[in-house]
Design a protein around this ligand. Structure first.
Ligand SMILES: N[C@@H](CCC(=O)N[C@@H](CS)C(=O)NCC(=O)O)C(=O)O
Length: 222
């Protein structure tokens, strides 16, 4: 046993990660990842309605003026600041080996990455683009994208037809990405046609880390 962690010395206290955010999909994904990784964190609510994210002090943390952003003080004098939800999810996975990505086996990890990026790039990203187009008054274009998003989400049915989770029999980052977008679109999904996806969704609704991730910014509904 090293002297630093000998019986006379208390274990170092882990300073909680600060998670800046609001009740949005990207922020909830980051919160779920921290929950799954069992990393202590403190929520710093950012009031998007009043434009708090476009003013200092938040801008000095993330000049892009977007949430989520985390500040991790576990790195000595200069804390680690991360401002992309997917980087935060991957960082949580690295900090907690085996919890969000398979620890052993290249193929298991590769599959988790494949499915994670599938939901991020083929479902979540076009869903954001559709939201943006609608806000700009380009409703026809947004309807086309909405159709693609729902069609792509149906692929999840195949992923969970042979396994408990999106990338095998262990929970992974792929489930975080898939669950949050399925929850967002749940009223538009034809669940009767997707029995495996429905079973997977109901199981994850009951998962404590997911429930806590949704509550992190003050609302509980998935
Ligand atoms: N690529 C970024 C996107 C971040 C993002 O768009 N955040 C939204 C909330 S989900 C935001 O801060 N919107 C406020 C604004 O753009 O004014 C990520 O994945 O974290």
């Amino acid at each position: 046993m090293s002297a630093a962690l000998g019986p006379d010395r208390p274990l170092p206290v882990q300073t909680p990660i600060e998670l800046y955010g609001a009740q949005t999909g990207n922020c909830i994904r980051a919160a779920i990842a921290l929950e799954e990784a069992m990393l202590p964190y403190t929520v710093r609510l950012v009031d998007l309605r009043s434009g708090e994210h476009r003013r200092d002090p938040f801008l000095s943390l993330n000049p892009a003026g977007k949430v989520p952003t985390i500040v991790d003080h576990a790195h000595g004098e200069s804390p680690l600041v991360l401002s992309q939800s997917n980087a935060i999810i991957l960082y949580a996975a690295e900090r907690a080996p085996g919890r969000l990505l398979p620890e052993q086996g290249e193929s298991g990890r590769a599959l988790a990455f494949e499915r994670f990026f599938y939901f991020v790039t083929d479902v979540i990203a076009p869903n954001h683009a559709s939201f943006f187009l609608r806000a700009q008054g380009a409703s026809d274009a947004s309807v086309v994208l909405d159709r693609c998003v729902l069609e792509s989400l149906r692929m999840g049915e195949r992923y969970v037809s042979q396994s408990t989770f999106m990338a095998g029999n262990d929970f992974s980052i792929a489930d975080i990405a898939a669950f949050t977008i399925a929850a967002f679109l749940k009223a538009q999904i034809d669940w009767d046609e997707l029995p495996n996806l429905q079973r997977w969704f109901r199981d994850l609704e009951e998962r404590p880390s997911i429930a806590r991730g949704y509550q992190a910014f003050g609302s509980s509904a998935a």
